[in-house]
Design a protein around this ligand. Sequence first.
Ligand code: UD1
Length: 447
Amino acid sequence: MEKIIIEGGIPLRGEVSISGSKNAALPIIASSIMFDDSNNELYNVPNLQDIVTIKKLLISLNAEVKDSDDGKLFINTSTINNFDAPYDLVKTMRASVLVLGPLLAKYKRARVSLPGGCAIGARPIDFHLQALRALGASITMEHGYVEATAGKLKGAEIIFPIPSVTGTENIIMAATLAEGTTIIKNAAREPEIDDLILALCNGGANIKRVMPSVIVIKGVKKLNKLSHYIVSDRIEAGTYMVASAITQGDIIVKNVDLNHISSITDKLTEAGVKINVISPSSIRVKGPKIIKSVDISTAPFPYFPTDMQAQMMALMSIANGLCVITENIFENRFMHVAELRRLGADIKVCGNFAIVKGTGALLGTDVMATDLRASASLVLAGLASSKDYTSISRIYHLDRGYEAMEKKLSGLGAIISRVDDSNKTDYNDNEDYLTSQSMQSIASGIK
Ligand code: UD1
């Protein structure tokens, strides 16, 4: 089992380059199912476990997928002759449900496993299914699978009860090859959706965001070639901005889209972090000696993203003062609280509120990642923990969504390394925590 070990307390310095967005790449890769060309090309695809999963999913449908080290991905979906997204893949990544819309649009059939529960909440897909039914799909549930067929998909007016990111994406894709016009109201406004729209339109689709929350899709007969450069990852950018803030660092974050990170920039500025734009796609982020506590409330784009809540909580743990963090998107997204407390954070949870009393400093110890963004918050807390090592287990969560995080942080001067201690015998049977003795020996190996 791999772990990350961090010696904290070192101010970060230097430059870090942000990778392509995971949440943009996933729907765009899924959309390749709808394109006729046998050589679809994607660029700036991040090297992440979730991308491996979606590639495996396409391969399981009998698509041909070829990638190169430099973020290029070639996909031929003309060979698809299987329409099943199996449980084994969907359970490891809920976004696998993004193949439902494209399969239905192109092949008029799909069988996709229901994702089931998830660490951060129930995360149903009822909005996706209701909207697909409105487009004319017939959908049943059999043995934990969504079985969807459609003689013909026809445009319809869809009103989402609340904005859903992957729901909006699934319906955009299904409507792209449908007959007539689809109007999605209360559509999600996340920039990853606009990247998908751009990729589809460049291949022949007719889709417009006519108002911030209204998307109009005029169905077309076919899509030609998918050729697209994936937008940069605003959540990865925000995570490195916090990394600088939490270590009193001074770093340059490159390859960011400034329009996508303003809610994060605003909060960090309010907390006393100095942020200067130094080019259209790079910013300098300088952490102050003392971070001010600021209240945070998550909401759909353009407001503060739930995917940055855990990282900001790590920052608020060392701030001066008291703040309230409100999680409005997912019902169980405070799993990182117990682990941050192990590092010395003073956090109380009451329903969807977390009251964080800044302690000024954290102290390294063994912690365990529980989900993707929770693991990022532990890495950040580890960077801030003084005079000791933080050992983070279950880092496979981190690998789902952060490309080469240790390498990027090492490049900024952090003392961080990944160790594989699967041969160690001193585990507790039920936990993969290291004993303090083995942690010391691993820690001494990275000095
Ligand atoms: C996407 C992102 C995820 C991010 C989330 C919120 C991807 C691959 N993942 O997830 O990183 O945290 O947006 O910004 O892009 N809901 C329903 N029924 C549905 C669909 C959603 O009740 O059919 C609820 C959810 O439980 C949640 C809210 O709607 O409370 C928003 O979820 P949604 O935007 O759909 O999240 P995802 O698309 O799964």
